[in-house]
Design a protein around this ligand. Structure first.
Ligand code: BTN
Length: 355
């Protein structure tokens, strides 16, 4: 299938696709358990022509990937909710040609420390018509969130996607970038069929009915010849167990909880790459300005009482909106106006004002 695709992207797909080793027992077991149904050890052994003890060992190895494999005596093993594993051919199938042609590469990885780290090690692209490079993985062993936090990244669930954009922009021209990426994520969720209810919390948290659904971590490095490598990391919760949800120190939700159905991660990943590239093409020329009304339409915090945490201080005021540079505008009780850039602060939406 990959061979049927033409051009450099097809070569990249072959070169950079890494999978759990295909001929090994854990991978073979996973191909059966990913349907989410119970399979007894005996049945697995019979299908794979292995002893029950080899199956048991394989299951133990799978648990090391952070997979929550239920084992119930008399019924067997299962992965609650099933798995939709990543597949570069499937992703390409859902990606419009116009966007695919702008990708210098699409890496679909098994385990990686962080998809942002993976892309940061690539050399700067020389080809101006292909300024983007996308990387996705099944599991991050050191997934990172904003403000030095960890990002929970269990195997085979959720979206861990980074898009690298090599461009000739100065960092000051990029202050609105994190906001437009929030819009791209909401557009992709809508295109997937997620019912209305997604919201943006400045600068770029994606909430669904008040609970965190997705986050964005943007990192940049100045490269040679006035080039900047921008790495946009997006994490979307598609499925987290009750235990994992309890482990996270803020109210979170998942697409599985919203749709009560397994998520097609390949289609959603393609929609995300598509919307991000489309938005970055416009942002490159026109900046944040054309996106302001859309951003504000997703931000219930505008007009509400919020608390901005800034260098150990907190300032309470009404969120008035955002500037064309993406700064948050806050008016305090004395009607003084304050502006904040996203790197410096975190925002709490005051409960009494939101309810
Ligand atoms: C946040 O704190 O809200 C940002 C979370 C960003 C997580 C994504 S997952 C893909 C990419 N790789 C990482 O290590 N982090 C980002």
């Amino acid at each position: 299938m990959v061979g049927e695709k033409s051009g450099s992207i097809a070569k990249q797909l072959i070169r950079s696709e890494l999978q759990m080793e295909k001929d090994k027992t854990p991978h073979k077991i996973l191909q059966i358990l990913k349907d989410g149904h119970f399979h007894s050890g005996e049945q697995l052994g019979h299908t794979l022509n292995m002893t029950r003890s080899a199956i048991w060992k394989g299951i133990k190895q799978l648990s090391k990937y952070g997979l929550d494999i239920q084992s119930i005596s008399g019924r067997g093993y299962r992965i609650d909710g099933g798995l939709n594993l990543l597949n570069s051919v499937e992703i390409s199938k859902h990606l419009p040609k116009q966007q695919e042609n702008q990708l210098a590469g699409l890496a679909v990885l098994d385990q990686v420390s962080s998809t942002n780290d993976y892309l940061s090690k690539l050399p700067i692209t020389e080809n101006l018509s292909q300024p983007f490079y996308a990387a996705l993985c099944e599991q991050q062993t050191a997934g990172r969130g904003r403000r030095g936090r960890d990002w929970l990244s269990p195997y085979g669930h959720n979206i861990y996607l980074s898009l690298r954009w090599d461009c000739q922009k100065d960092p000051f021209e990029l202050s609105g970038l994190s906001l437009v990426i929030g819009i791209a994520i909401i557009r992709a969720l809508k295109a997937y069929g997620i019912p209305d209810g997604a919201q943006l919390k400045w600068p770029n948290d994606i909430l669904y009915k008040g609970k965190k659904l997705a986050g964005v971590l943007i990192e940049m490095t100045a490269e040679a010849h006035n080039k900047t490598a921008i790495i946009i990391g997006v994490g979307i919760n598609t499925f987290l167990s009750d235990l994992q949800l309890k482990d996270i120190n803020q109210p979170c939700t998942t697409l599985y909880d919203i749709l009560l159905n397994q998520i097609n991660r390949n289609r959603l990943s393609a929609l995300l790459i598509n919307e991000m590239i489309a938005i970055l093409n416009v942002f490159d020329k026109d900046g944040l300005t054309p996106f302001l009304p859309e951003w504000e339409s997703y931000a219930p915090s505008i007009g509400s009482l919020v608390t901005v945490l800034h260098k150990n201080n907190s300032i309470v005021g009404t969120m008035k909106g955002i500037t064309e540079q993406g700064e948050l505008i806050l008016e305090d009780a004395q009607q003084n106006t304050h502006k904040f850039v996203s790197a410096e602060v975190s925002l709490n939406i005051n409960k009494e004002a939101v309810n």
